[in-house]
Design a protein. Structure first.
Length: 57
């Protein structure tokens, strides 16, 4: 399998491609909507707009 250099690909293009994949869950956080991510004892709190991608592939 050959690999291509993705360093020149924009973040927007990468996200758009990942959104199409089966092993990706997309959560859209609306402007000013608060969200919290808790993993073990590490917590992240912020507000949108944001696009959260859960990738399990």
């Amino acid at each position: 399998m050959s690999y291509m250099d993705l360093s020149k690909v924009s973040t927007q293009e990468l996200v758009e491609e990942l959104r199409k994949r089966e092993a990706v869950e997309v959560v859209q956080v609306l402007p000013y909507q608060e969200y919290r991510i808790l993993v073990g004892d590490r917590e992240t709190r912020d507000s949108g707009p944001a696009l959260l991608l859960r990738v399990w592939d």
